[in-house]
Design a binder for this molecule. Structure first.
Ligand SMILES: [Zn+2]
Length: 136
């Protein structure tokens, strides 16, 4: 008798599987389900169930190249959001310890220690010097 694991492995052979778009769809679907516990809306039920069904069907798809292209399009949109979120979290963690200023030459954001007053800063990227003023 074949084990359940072997059956699952045989079923998933040649199928797309899980990617970042799968996790987003699952997360949104489960989030909508949680909200629907409080709201109890038919539209939200259809949305959450449809979304979860869609991501499951997508993971079972045999059209791997198309699913991969969909995920690449999603990642092109998602990566800037991810990067901006990471920068925002780093800035929030640095409140009280650092100030952030943009280099006027290369537009790179620099993390500077808090020293009140006017200072000359040398950008580590473009090696240009510029004035910064830290008031608080
Ligand atoms: Zn620079």
């Amino acid at each position: 008798m074949e084990s359940l694991k072997n059956k699952l492995v045989r079923f998933m052979t040649g199928r797309y599987g899980i990617d970042q778009l799968y996790y987003l769809g699952l997360f949104m679907g489960l989030g909508a389900m949680m909200i629907n516990l409080k709201v109890d809306s038919l539209v939200l039920t259809i949305f959450s169930d449809g979304l979860i069904l869609l991501v499951l069907l997508r993971s079972f798809s045999r059209n791997i190249s198309r699913r991969r292209m969909e995920n690449e399009k999603f990642m092109r949109l998602w990566n800037p959001v991810k990067k901006a979120t990471r920068i925002l979290v780093r800035r929030i963690k640095g409140i009280g310890r650092y100030r952030y200023r943009k280099c006027p030459h290369c537009k790179k954001t620099l993390q500077l220690p808090i020293k009140r007053g006017k200072h000359t800063v040398k950008c580590p990227t473009c090696q240009e010097k510029f004035e910064v003023r830290v008031i608080v």
